[in-house]
Write a protein that binds this ligand. Sequence first.
Ligand code: A4P
Ligand code: MG
Length: 199
Amino acid sequence: MIAQVVPVLLAFGANLGDRGETIAAAQRELAETAGITGLRASPLRETIALTEAGPDPDAPRYLNGVAIAETTLGPHELLDALQAAEARHGRVRVARWGDRTLDIDLILYGGRVIQDERLTVPHPRAHERDFVLAPWLDLDPDAVLMGHGRVADLLARLGDSTRPFEAAASGGAELGAAEPAATPAAVPETADPAGADHV
Ligand code: A4P
Ligand code: MG
């Protein structure tokens, strides 16, 4: 049986500790994980913390970025790898949307729609978050979010409160973010939502 290679979009966020180094290290680790290839990271952006009470300019700022990759892992295996990386980098779950050393979300898994007790894909809030859309647009100016349309249009409607993060440790360049990249958003919306992980 030949494993199917699936394009994925991952989102990274951190607002505690050495945020840029944590995200860069997690991206390096994922790039070296068996079953994950071709990881290309966006530049990081500095963003205002969104809490359950709304945007909080007094909370520690986040760094956010996205990465595209290809995987032969199934979606839940990939989530296991993302959560293992979060745990290695000291993620402690205290409050929903609370401060964190590292959060990694699976935004897109090819053209698949997944809804179960562990995973909702496409990520249900990605379309309303400038901290996901802005770095994604940096990485892929033609990006399309399945079910919602062009990322450039979504971000223009939403407004962009994020700022480029200039630190040398931004991580994106190291993993090859210089060239615009095609993303899983390029997967046609007609993609078989029940598409098997294996052929
Ligand atoms: N889960 C379901 N679907 C997914 C998915 N597509 N990717 C489940 C990742 N996980 C997914 O996540 C809770 C559970 O969601 C997991 O156990 C997994 O099985 P979590 O990481 O423990 O908790 P969370 O991240 O606090 O919750 P949630 O609802 O996923 O939060 P969001 O929507 O990701 O928002 N402000 C700024 N500026 N930047 C940020 O990055 N992030 C958040 C978290 C809030 N505010 C932010 C940022
Ligand atoms: Mg999360």
